[in-house]
Design a protein around this ligand. Structure first.
Ligand SMILES: Nc1ncnc2c1ncn2[C@@H]1O[C@H](COP(=O)(O)OP(=O)(O)OP(=O)(O)O)[C@@H](O)[C@H]1O
Ligand SMILES: CC(=O)N[C@H]1[C@@H]2OC[C@@H](O2)[C@@H](O)[C@@H]1O[C@H](C)C(=O)O
Length: 372
């Protein structure tokens, strides 16, 4: 076992709903002890500012450019992360001196893997000076420099967690249904295959926001009252994303919601929930072996319509679908925990990504360390 460090991970994902904060104690390898978790939601006004920043980011050609409002938004985002760390430490009764490192994801505002361009807002040095804790940030860039997709990065953590599974029966497949979905397959021999699997909640969120003025379809209630519009499903599932030879990581805007004329509110939500589930099963077709169990994390596991559809589709292949909680994990905390875990790997110079996870040429480490 290597040196055990206490790390906080900070994740602001593609759903742009808030900052997830989690604590892990780990050596960055097989030893993982999961600690407390806190979700700090964004207020609607800041969420709107983040969505606005996606538009501003479209003109970026070099990843450090911050046109227009982006510099101000980055600063505000970073200060909100500093305040989330303070809240977390207060709630846990911890002093900042108890934390060895913080893994800071920031907010992805542009992701174009074909151009080796990925942009995360988040000022590591500012967060270090505000919190007084060393920060590892910008963890996607080095992967892209070495020919990787820059995402997903959580698979190294999924692999560590698979070693802690009770009655571990490999192969197993972790599925994150966030704004975008991604999956990680751990083979019986411990091999890892991972990639983005398709649209998750962002299409549903945008649909119900536009047509009902609410941020998400709680519990999948709206969807549960609708019917699947088969033509719309086909439009999504026939995307070349699912059949391309090479697995490609996704930008939030690679899949867009339907127009209002395409469906009623409930039918649209129902259809997009089905698309989220079917995308996962369709993408799983690229795995070396079809999984027999899917462990689902991310906010989408709380959408019962997505989960029912996923369970039905998986059952046709004799596979089970269980939530992260049933497997003994916290499905809300997993990505934030992963960023803490990856920060420790970064300090140790261990690889964050592998040819099987991002398509990178060889396993590479990543991240930049900012001292307080
Ligand atoms: N109770 C709920 N019922 C239905 N859906 C929910 C519920 N809670 C959260 N969600 C969905 O989950 C989304 C947030 O999921 P999560 O935090 O896993 O995504 P993210 O981390 O932002 O995205 P990504 O993993 O793509 O970076 C919300 O935007 C919403 O659509
Ligand atoms: C560029 C980017 O931020 N991608 C996210 C996004 O959200 C889900 C999916 O697409 C995943 O590839 C990635 O996040 C997770 C945390 C990852 O890198 O593992």
């Amino acid at each position: 076992m290597g040196k055990i460090r206490t790390a906080i991970g900070l994740m602001s994902g593609t759903s742009m709903d808030g900052i997830d904060v989690a604590l892990v104690r780990t050596d960055g390898e097989a030893s993982v002890e999961r600690g407390p978790f806190l979700g700090v939601p964004y207020d609607p006004a800041f969420r709107d500012r983040l969505k606005f920043s996606l538009e501003g980011a479209k003109s970026i050609l070099r990843r450090k450019e911050r046109p227009g409002e982006l510099a101000a938004i980055e600063r505000e985002l970073t200060l909100r992360h500093a305040s989330a760390v303070t809240q977390f430490l207060d709630r846990c009764g911890l002093d900042r001196s108890a934390i060895d490192v913080v893994g800071f994801h920031g907010q992805t505002v542009l992701h174009r893997p074909d151009e080796a361009l990925t942009v995360q807002l988040g000022d590591g040095p500012l967060l270090a000076s505000e919190t007084g804790i060393p920060i590892v940030y910008d963890m996607r860039a080095n992967d892209m420099v070495h020919g990787g997709q820059g995402a997903p990065l959580v698979p190294a953590y999924h692999a560590a967690l698979s070693g802690t599974l009770r009655d571990a029966k490999l192969p197993v497949c972790f599925v994150n249904i966030g704004g975008i979905s991604n999956l990680t397959y751990i083979g019986a021999d411990g091999s890892i295959v991972a990639y983005d699997s398709g649209p998750g909640n962002t299409l549903i969120d945008q649909w119900v926001e536009t047509h009902a003025g609410i941020p998400f379809d709680q519990g999948g209630m709206i969807a549960s009252e609708g019917k699947i519009v088969a033509e719309l499903v086909d439009l999504y599932l026939e995307s070349p994303f699912f059949t391309a030879e090479k697995r490609r990581s996704l930008d939030r805007n690679d899949f867009l919601p339907p127009s209002g004329a395409d469906a009623e509110l409930a039918d649209g939500a129902r259809t997009l929930a089905y698309v989220a589930a079917a995308s996962i099963i369709k993408s799983a077709g690229h795995l070396p072996v079809m999984p027999t169990v899917y462990i689902v994390c991310g906010g989408g596991r709380l959408n019962r319509t997505i989960m029912r559809d996923l369970a039905d589709l998986a059952a046709r292949q004799n596979a089970d679908v269980i939530s992260a909680e049933v497997a003994g994990f916290n499905g809300d905390a997993m990505e934030a925990e992963a960023w803490g875990y990856l920060a420790v790997r970064s300090l140790e110079g261990l690889p964050l990504t592998f040819p099987g996870t991002t398509g990178v040429k060889e396993p590479v480490s990543g991240g930049i360390l900012a001292g307080p």
